[in-house]
Structure formats: C-alpha cells, structure tokens
Design a protein. Structure first.
Ligand code: GLA
Length: 749
C-alpha cells in the first residue's frame, strides 16, 4: 500500500494502551487541512476525522469493537458516543448478531457475514475477537484484537486522508497458537451503517465490450453479493460500491462509497440485517478460499478504501478521483498527464511489420501524437491469436532488424515508443509451453481449458514469477521502450498449483496476485521512466490495487463513440478520467457498424485520456487537418479533463438524447464542457446547460472548440452567469457534439 502523506502532522501525545489497560488520551492533529485520530478513554471510543467526515467506533462492555458512526464530522469538543452492545431482540436475533461489529469473527451467535472465519486442527471453528490494545501514529490507527481463548491475533489498520476524508482499512491475521490453522475467509474491512429503509446500492457491472454499467437497486433485508471468482478483477462486477439514501442524487445527499485494492478474486457483500442495519464487508473472495497459517504465520488483506460525502454521487466520484491522484497512482501526488497516443490494434490487428508501422507512425506524428504504441503481433509466431504468447522475442519475418529501426524512427518523429505485452499468458502453440507445460494453472490429469487459445501461467510459482520478470526486464533493457500495454485476455480455469501440498494449493488466489504486484513493482523500480497500461480484454482489470503500478487503463474494447459515452460515464463513478484511455477509431465502428463523424469521435474520446486508434492510411486531408486542430486543443485542456473536478451534468444513462460533462481544472482557471446529442426530433432545441463548480465572482471567457453556442451567448461573463443562466448550444441532428472552454480572466480573487 502507498502510505498517506502524514508529513504535516504534529503528534501531541504518545501511545497509550497495552493489553487493554489504557492510561492516556492520544490525539494527533495537523494545522490545515485537519486530519486527526483520537482515543477517548472515558467513552472507550476512537475517532478518525478529516475533511467533512468522522469515523467512530468503540469498545463495548463485552470487549467487541463496535461501529458507532461513519458520516458527518463531529465538533472537536464533542464527546464520543459510548459503545453498548445491542439487546437481544429474541433468541433468534441475539445481541452478537445485531451489534454492528468492526471486524466480526465467525463464532458464538454471530449469523451475519463474518470478517474472519478460521478452522483449527482440533475441529474447533469458533472465533470471537475482543479488543486487546491500540496504537496511534499520526493519521494511522492500529487496533489489536484477539480470540477469547486461542492466540489468534488480528491487527486492524486504519488511516484517514486529510484532503478527502477517505479511510484506508486492512487487517493482518497472525497465528500464535503454536499449531497450524486455516483461514477460510478474511475481509479487509467491514463497514456499518445504521438502520434505515431507504438505502440504495450503486455498483458497476458488465461483460466484454459492455463494461461500466451503473446499477442501482434498493436494498432490503438480505445480502447482495458483488464478486469475482475468476482469479482477477473481472468485467462482470468492479470492486467498487456506493450507498445512498432516497433523497440523494448526483449533487446532494449522503453517499458512502468504497473500493477494494485487489486484482484477484474478491467479494463485497452488502447485507441488510433483520434490524435493517447495513454491513458492507469486502476482501478476499471466500469462495474456494483456504489459507493455511503455520504457527507464527501471517495473512495480510488488501486495502479497502471508504469515504463519505453529504454532496451526492458526483462529489463521491470527485473525492475518489482526487484520492487516486494524490495517493494511489504512480508518481502520486503528482501523476504525469497522459500523452496523446496512437495504437495500432484496430488499424492492423496482428498484421504488424516495420514498413506498415513506420507509415502509421509518420502519419501519427503529423497530427501531434506523442506516443506510438505497437499492439499485438510483433513477437514469436504470432500471426493470429492461436500461437506465440509466451515467446517474447521479436518476430524476424516482420522485423528482420529487430525493433530498433522502428523505435528510432518513432523517436526521430518526436514521439516515444510503446509496446503491447501479455506476460501472464501462454499459447500451447509456443516454445515456452513446449518447454514448460507444467508452468500453467492446472489440475494434473484434468483438462486444461483454453480461452482465446491460451492458458494462464501460474505466477504464484517463484520460477514463473522470476521468468516473467526477466523477460520484461530484458525487453525493456534492450529496447528504448517508454510504455507497456499490459494485457490479460482470459480468466482462470482449473486453478491447481500441484507443486504445493494439496492443503496449500488454494493459496494461489493470494500468491498469484502478490507476485503480479511484485513483478510490476520490480519492473517500475528497474525502469522508472516506463509507464504501464492495465488492459484485460478491455476493462477486466481495473481496481485500486493494479492502479498503484499503472498510469492508465483500457476501459473497454468497445470503441464506438456513442457507446463510449455510457461506458465513460459509468467508469467515472469509481475511477479518475486521468486513467481512462479513449481512442478515436474508424467509422463505421467495427463492433456495431455505427457511423459517426470524426469530430464526434474526437469529442467523445477527449472526455478522457485521448488516443488515436484509427487506420490513418484511410484518412483524407481534411481528416488530418481536423485531427491536428483537435489534438492541439486537447493539449490545452487535458489538465482540466484528466486531473480536474468532473461534473456529470447530464448523464447518458438517463435515457435522454443529451449528455453533458464539465471538467474544472484543479486551480479553477478553466472549465471544459462536452455536450452530445444522440438525435433531435420535432425540431427541439438542445436544453440550456448550467455549469457547476465555477468561481461565481470571477469572469470567464467562452470559446467553442467544436460545435457552437447560440448567437445570444456572450463571449465573456461571470461564473455566476454561467452557473445560473448557462449556455445555449446550437446542436441539432443525429450524433452531434460540442466542446466549449471557459477560461478564467485574471487570477483567483
Ligand atoms: C485485447 C485488448 C485489445 C488488443 C487485443 C490484442 O483484446 O483489449 O485492445 O490489445 O487484446 O490481441
């Protein structure tokens, strides 16, 4: 995990509790912005506080750690509430089950989703965790729990971010029993919300080429499970959630949200108990999970981040975006802006060679592209998806002189060079597989089911991990490569790890992903200027775990610019536009045959991190001119688009023919509006668009970079004017779009 920046903190007093004997009150404070952690001995409660958020839990009379508050910020002089276990509702709803615990073990009369479930060699499976001690260090809080009779320790880790109030939580399970035990289920955290009847859950679901659908459902007693059992994050659900109330909407009302930083099988369960309290538990997916801990053994969970706002889903997204920029992404808190890239995939598919790529590179350079990326097909016997994966040597027929002439050419054109790889996979028709058939996930004697003609290398094996690292290290050492598009084009099947004892094989779910992170980290350390994109047949591996090592992600193989409006809208609920790659490709689109203008395709892609994926050899001179102009404009606005504050003014999901986004730069000096029209009927005007997030008193100059405003629009007006009257856009017809820039005149007052 990347630590939060606690440099500005001033510790006011030291640590306090050893083995439940507490003798002091510890408070850590900073001047501004405020973030603090305190333990109040009178109420035996903890508070983590930052931005508009207080997170409070306490030690109840039984010794359970009990959730007390996650929401609006308390005053500094407020007493903390006292944790009191709920009374038995009946013999069927006993106290242990309806008291909101911070990290419940499965045992006693607890019937809800456990955070931790273990089995002991003597058959005992009862685990009841009680508070032991805690330690406060700046904005970090560690709380030790222990089973009531066996020495199973859990350290709960909390940290709060001063700027966003987002908490990072994780758990560390340690076996001190002197005997082996098996962890059957381990969550990173469990979040509790008080009883209410109007909770709504938002989640993201999809499938290949149709990712990032925002689903909304009203919660009722029972459990909703979001998960991946596939060994990786998955297209089907993303490890993100938001919970709102009936009165909440895009820009107002309470929203609790969170995301797991894990790229393996995961689960988030959202459970409303019989008393209508909510519990959201997330971590390793317990399905097919078993992690044996020898005596002294430790299992650490991934991080589960969670935040709160009273200002709607839009603000929840902006907080997540800011948090990712400041704490998650490579080079945080100052991640680099995304260069405009060209990618060869849709133009050439596997038919790459030196002459063809050189021609595309020359054309890409003409329009202002900054990075040229050669996709699949350059290595091994890779002429289609049936062979070659695993053999990461340059195909001599396609590149008789290696990659150097192409890389040199690309660099001489003023661009840097990027390359597609899929390091975790192997085609059975490859030299690597012929040499090491035992390196793939498999159960001996059982089928090895292929998907896209490929099998998954078992990265959990140290020899495989080291091989994959060595291959990438050599590739990056021998070639002047600035960027890797790291693909992953199938999910797991038959996940055996036969070198391990049968009872340790299921560790593969943890060990594989940890080794993946290990490789990514080593590659970055050895090649600090190389940037990486996470791709998995589109958006199948996007999460806060992989994003610590990757500057950007490929949200979907669906590049239709109209479909992309919804895909991008959904994506931004959880992830920052800074990481959202969007290519301008050919029309009609390969997936759905929809025809759209080049300008419309550009504007759709300019909502994210712009790339070009079209076959430039088919372009006309006016196409090149338009592309050069719009790429030039994009470079002036990308700071606001990629790293600014995003307002989803009209969502394409709402079924209206219009959609509008606005991005305001972090310094407030620029706002960029993108407006799209699917079709106009009955001669209707485009609805007037009122902006958000401007400085009401500042003046802004308006400039349309595509499409136009109606003639009644002033060239210049106050922020108040643009936010209250707004702008009338002159948009009519099918698949029309406009982009308007508002530049602040003068410095912020
Ligand atoms: C996946 C990616 C595509 C492309 C192909 C290459 O499908 O999502 O963008 O790289 O692989 O085989």
């Amino acid at each position: 995990m990347k630590g939060f920046n606690s440099a500005a903190l001033v510790r006011l007093s030291g640590l306090i509790c050893v083995l439940s004997v507490c003798s002091d009150v510890s408070v850590a404070k900073e001047a501004s912005p405020a973030a603090s952690v305190r333990y109040d001995e009178l109420s035996r409660a903890f508070e983590l506080k930052a931005k508009d958020v207080s997170y409070v839990f306490g030690i109840n009379e039984r010794g359970d750690l009990q959730a007390l508050h996650w929401g609006g910020r308390f005053a500094d002089n407020d007493a903390l509430p006292i944790a009191k276990a709920a009374r038995d509702h009946s013999s069927f709803e006993p106290s242990a089950s309806i008291t909101p615990q911070e990290y419940p073990g499965w045992g006693s009369t607890y019937y809800g989703e456990p955070s931790l479930k273990v089995s002991f060699p003597d058959g005992n499976r009862d685990l009841v965790l009680h508070y032991v001690s805690h330690h406060i260090d700046g904005t970090r809080l560690l709380v030790q729990l222990k089973d009531i009779s066996r020495d199973v320790r859990v350290e709960l880790r909390y940290e709060i971010d001063a700027e966003t109030g987002i908490l990072g939580r994780s758990a560390r399970v340690e076996n001190r029993t002197g005997k082996v035990l098996t962890v059957q289920q381990a969550a990173a955290a469990s979040w509790s919300l008080p009883a209410a009847d109007d909770y709504r859950l938002y989640s993201l679901s999809g499938r290949w080429a149709d990712e990032w659908n925002l689903d909304e459902r009203r919660l009722a007693p029972g459990t909703t499970v979001l998960e991946s059992r596939r060994g990786s994050t998955g297209h089907q659900n993303n490890p993100w959630f938001a919970v709102a109330r009936d009165a909440s909407n895009e820009e107002s009302g309470p929203v609790w949200f969170g995301a797991l930083a894990w790229s393996g099988s995961w689960r988030i369960s959202v459970e409303q108990d019989p008393t209508h309290r909510l519990r959201i538990t997330g971590g390793y997916n317990p399905f097919d999970f078993a992690y044996r801990l020898a005596s002294g053994g430790i299992l650490e969970t991934p991080m589960f981040y969670g935040g709160y706002t009273k200002s709607g889903l839009g603000e929840a997204s902006r907080l997540m975006h800011r948090f990712q920029l400041a704490h998650i992404l490579p080079h945080a808190p100052k991640p680099r802006l995304r260069p405009v890239l060209y990618n060869s995939w849709e133009a050439t598919e596997f038919k790459v060679d030196e002459a063809g790529q050189t021609k595309l590179a020359e054309m890409a350079a003409r329009i202002g592209v900054e990075r040229f990326v050669m996709d699949d097909g350059w290595f091994g016997a890779r002429n289609n998806d049936k062979a070659g994966l695993g053999d990461w040597t340059v195909n001599p027929n396609k590149f008789p002189n290696g990659l150097k002439p192409l890389v040199d050419k690309v660099k001489s054109l003023g661009m840097d060079f990027g390359l597609w790889v899929e390091p975790e996979m192997v085609n059975p028709d490859s030299d690597l597989y012929r040499k090491h058939p035992d390196w793939v996930l498999n159960f001996p004697g059982r089928p090895r089911t292929e998907a896209r003609n490929q099998l998954v290398l078992n990265l959990a094996r140290t020899d495989v991990r080291d091989h994959v690292f060595r291959v990438l290290d050599e590739l990056l050492t021998q070639n002047d490569i600035a960027f890797l598009k790291w693909d992953y084009n199938r999910n797991w099947s038959e996940p055996g790890w036969s070198e391990q004892l049968p009872e340790d094989q299921q560790k593969v779910y943890v060990a594989y992903v940890k080794n993946l992170y290990w490789i990514l980290q080593r590659v970055r350390e050895r090649h600090p200027n190389v940037e990486i994109e996470s791709c998995s047949g589109g958006g199948g591996r996007v999460d806060l775990g992989i994003l610590r090592f990757t500057e950007e992600v490929w949200p979907s193989d669906n590049t239709d610019p109209y479909d992309r409006l919804s895909i991008q809208d959904g994506f931004t609920y959880a992830y920052a536009p800074a990481v959202m790659m969007a290519w301008v490709t050919d029309s009609p689109n390969w997936l759905n045959q929809r025809g759209t203008s080049l300008e419309y395709r550009f504007l759709s892609s300019m909502q994210g991190s712009l790339g070009i994926g079209a076959n430039l050899t088919h372009w006309t001179e006016p196409d090149f001119e338009l592309a050069s102009r719009l790429i030039g404009e994009y470079k002036k606005i990308r700071g606001a688009v990629q790293q600014g504050n995003l307002y989803r003014l009209v969502s394409p999901r709402q079924g209206s023919p219009h959609s509008v986004t606005e991005s305001v730069s972090a310094d407030g000096a620029q706002a960029v509006l993108f407006a799209f029209l699917h079709s106009s009927s009955m001669g209707s005007n485009y609805p007037r668009v009122q902006l958000l997030g401007l400085d009401a008193e500042a003046r802004y100059r308006m400039r349309a970079i595509a499409g136009k405003a109606q003639s009644d629009t002033p060239d210049e007006a106050s922020g108040a004017y643009w936010m209250s009257r707004g702008i009338n856009l002159d948009l009519r017809g099918d698949f029309q779009a406009a982009a308007v820039v508002f530049d602040r005149i003068g410095a912020r007052k």
